[in-house]
Design a protein around this ligand. Structure first.
Ligand code: BGC
Length: 738
């Protein structure tokens, strides 16, 4: 933060000089984030900005308006401090990339890094400075709607994806005019809400917090993330936005984070609703004391902080401490030198064809082949009559997925369009079948472009659409079913108790399968689904997730073999919603599976995943051999290298994700039966062998211990597995001695 500017003064000196000129009201203003949308409460944005009462504006996506508001800040506010314009640019601004859960399925950090670099370039050209991403909450409960926004269940994979997104958004230097500030959210534990119910309280032990939830956040700090967002919910009975332990102890003291923290929307004021703060004044006091820099639109700070200072409840020094990193970031970005955006540049940036090429590449790499019985895939391009069936087959919104920026007009290539483009000579028919809807609508629906508020289909309309779909399929030689969830079925306020295909989709799948034609199932969804029947009866299943603007092309590229799929699941697929939370890194119990007195965990169906973490097929096959550990025994603090040979034993070039898992066999605490500690996605030509090596040392073997109340690496024996998923069987052992 102390970097020197061209004029020779450091950023810190410029911040102090500016602070010295600012009134207390202006200092408090920097801590206030003003809502620019109609639904946002508070006084008129212009008035707040003119008075020096705003540090940032969010929920606005209008390039011209950005310049108008910035002009007020620069020319009319007392100290002329530029505003930061912020918005949720989660997986693309105009060019939409696969949702983050999908990008994590690539197991290739280059995918989120390059995708978010394009998102940053487009967003910055539109006049935005700051995105509320990456969302890096570890999620082990597939019922939780926001699982779609993160990287899944694993802290090691999650940390790699988190850091990659920060690099993509921010680049090496936040002064880069093609980048935006990133925001690591939601700090912390939001993915662990009771029962997967969005916003519900979270109870997490320190060992879960430090070993599972916090590593991706720490990875973003190491990657230089500029900002953090505090979560909504109570963590161990303390709202995250008033949580001293999280924001002061861990973030600032232990990790030396020098950026700033913004609350989640209205979250400071919400501490009153949550039963933590006595009133809005108390909420503001708690936020500031806990180290929360910026109040996202609850206006508790602007309303109360001056009074709290006058009463002596807060000192000016405490306010300045929170203002400093906000000003520093504005200096670092160069906003004092160039506060405005060139309104003519946006169209040119959005038109760059390479943005869409990156989106297609990202989508191709993110898809996971779940089943391919009898080598039905890849399909031949000489097919004459193909039916593309299902409510999502031609849905641009489902293809782009959850979390669009405000005002975004859907423009995706759907699966239907992708298949038609691939088969220009064939007859490609289409029928959506019965529509699918949430049982309880989402508040967010009304914010989506094209929202009409149309009533649901009547039972008669639904039946007739169903029958049309079956007869359309009957006339074809091959059927591609495109099923899953709409964009609003995952995301914020989109948790569900069941993981079944919603509506009549499974019934339709069965009716079409009964026709006896080859059926390929393409899933568009933002969470694992319990597709047990399909897994048993449908020969080919491709998990395409919510693949973005170029999604339909990417699906067709894979279905017709132009691209060999290589993605792997970043989450376990439960067989039932009631099996959640389900994840691979569990501890071994006293009655493990396979033991003599094994006690089934449920007597009405074993909670083993339908598809395990790390799983994914290819059109070719791979063999793992020659597992080598560079030394059988090492001392605590030393490293070994684990290597393995991977051979492409099939007839097509393809990608494999080589995965390393460990298990510490005994110790001060019990450790998970398996933990991912290394991975690499490689490409192999037919017959080719590559040796892949992973380091294994203190970084991988240290953990937070409840018994020791600290980080420890122990003398103990370790199982090591390397393979293609979390059930890998190629095994070795390592002994670590004291
Ligand atoms: C969400 C955040 C988001 C914020 C601003 C909240 O409802 O929880 O993830 O960044 O709104 O739009």
């Amino acid at each position: 933060m102390n970097s020197t500017t061209e004029s020779g003064t450091t950023i810190a000196e410029r911040v102090e000089a500016l602070l010295g000129r600012m009134s207390l009201a202006e200092k408090i203003g920097q801590l206030n984030q003003v809502g620019g949308a109609d639904f946002a409460p508070g006084p008129k944005a212009e008035d707040q900005i003119r008075a020096g009462g705003a540090g940032s504006v969010l929920w606005l996506n209008n390039t011209q308006r950005f310049n108008e508001l910035q002009k007020i800040a620069i020319e009319e506010s007392p100290s002329g401090i530029p505003l930061l314009f912020a918005l949720d640019v989660i997986h693309g601004y105009r060019t939409i990339f696969p949702v983050p859960l999908a990008m994590a399925s690539s197991w290739d950090p280059a995918v989120p890094e390059q995708s978010q670099a394009v998102a940053a370039k487009e967003a910055r050209a539109a006049g935005l400075h700051w995105t509320f991403a990456p969302m890096i909450d570890i999620a082990r409960d597939a019922r939780w709607g926001r699982i779609v926004e993160g990287a899944g269940e694993d802290p090691y994979l999650g940390s790699a994806m988190a850091a990659a997104q920060v690099r993509g958004f921010q680049g090496d230097n936040v002064a880069d005019p093609e980048r935006v500030l990133a925001c690591a959210k939601h700090f912390a534990g939001y993915g662990y809400s009771d029962g997967g119910r969005d916003y519900d309280p979270v109870y997490l032990s320190e060992t879960q917090l430090r070993n599972i939830v916090l590593p991706p956040f720490e990875a973003t700090v190491k990657a230089g993330v500029a900002t953090f967002m505090s979560a909504y919910m109570d963590l161990n009975d303390v709202p995250a936005s008033g949580n001293h332990f999280l924001m002061r102890q861990i973030l600032r003291k232990e990790w030396s984070f020098d950026g700033f923290v913004v609350s989640d929307a209205f979250a400071v004021g919400n501490m009153l609703i949550q039963g933590h703060a006595r009133d809005r004044r108390d909420a503001a006091l708690r936020g500031i004391k806990a180290g929360l820099n910026m109040d996202m639109s609850s206006y508790t700070y602007p309303e109360n902080v001056a009074g709290l200072v006058a009463d002596g409840a807060l000192s000016v020094a405490e306010i300045e401490e929170l203002v400093r990193p906000i000003l520093a970031i504005k200096f670092r970005m160069g906003l004092f030198e160039q506060p405005y955006v060139d309104e003519n540049r946006l169209a040119e940036v959005l038109a760059q064809p390479e943005n869409r090429q990156t989106a297609r590449w990202a989508a191709q790499r993110s898809m996971v082949l779940l089943k391919n019985e009898g080598g039905l895939l890849p399909l031949k391009t000489d097919l004459q009559k193909v039916a593309v069936i299902g409510p999502l087959a031609d849905s641009m919104t489902a293809t782009e997925g959850s979390w669009m920026v405000f005002g975004h007009e859907p423009a995706a290539v759907t699966v239907l369009a992708g298949i038609r483009a691939k088969l220009p000579e064939a007859e490609v028919s289409y029928a959506p079948g019965s529509e699918i809807r949430r049982d309880i609508p989402s508040w967010f629906e009304s914010l989506m472009a094209g929202y009409t508020g149309e009533p649901p289909q009547t039972p008669e309309e639904s039946e007739s659409a169903f029958q049309t779909a079956v007869s359309t399929a009957r006339a074809a030689d091959l059927v591609v079913m495109v099923l899953g969830e709409t964009a609003l079925m995952a995301g914020e306020a989109a948790s569900r108790a069941s993981l079944d295909l919603p509506g009549r989709q499974e019934e339709l799948l069965k009716a079409v399968a009964d026709l006896g034609k080859p059926v390929v199932l393409v899933l568009l969804n933002g969470r694992p689904l319990s597709i047990n029947w399909a897994a048993e009866h449908i020969p080919a299943i491709l998990e395409a997730w919510e693949p973005g603007t170029e999604g339909g092309h990417a699906v067709a590229d894979i279905l017709f073999g132009d691209v060999n799929p290589g993605g792997k699941l970043p989450v376990s697929f439960p067989r039932k919603g009631s099996h959640a939370p389900l994840y691979y890194a569990r501890n071994i119990t006293h009655s493990p599976e396979g033991s003599q007195m094994y006690n089934p965990r449920y007597w009405d169906g074993l909670p083993v995943p339908l598809y395990p973490f790390g799983f994914g097929l290819s059109y070719t096959t791979f063999e793992f051999s020659n597992l080598q550990i560079s030394a059988p025994q090492v001392k605590v603090g030393e490293r070994v290298t684990v290597s393995v040979d991977v051979t492409n034993t099939g007839e097509m070039a393809g990608d494999e994700v080589v995965q390393l898992y460990i298990h510490q066999k005994w110790g001060t605490d019990t450790r998970p039966m398996r933990e991912l500690k290394g991975f690499e996605r490689i490409t192999l030509q037919p017959g080719e062998t590559k040796t892949v090596a992973f380091p294994l040392g203190p970084d991988e073997l240290t953990y937070w211990s409840t018994n020791a109340n600290g980080w420890i690496q122990e003398a103990a024996a370790f199982d090591i597995w390397v393979g293609a998923d979390s059930l890998a069987s190629l095994h070795g052992e390592l002994e670590v001695i004291g």
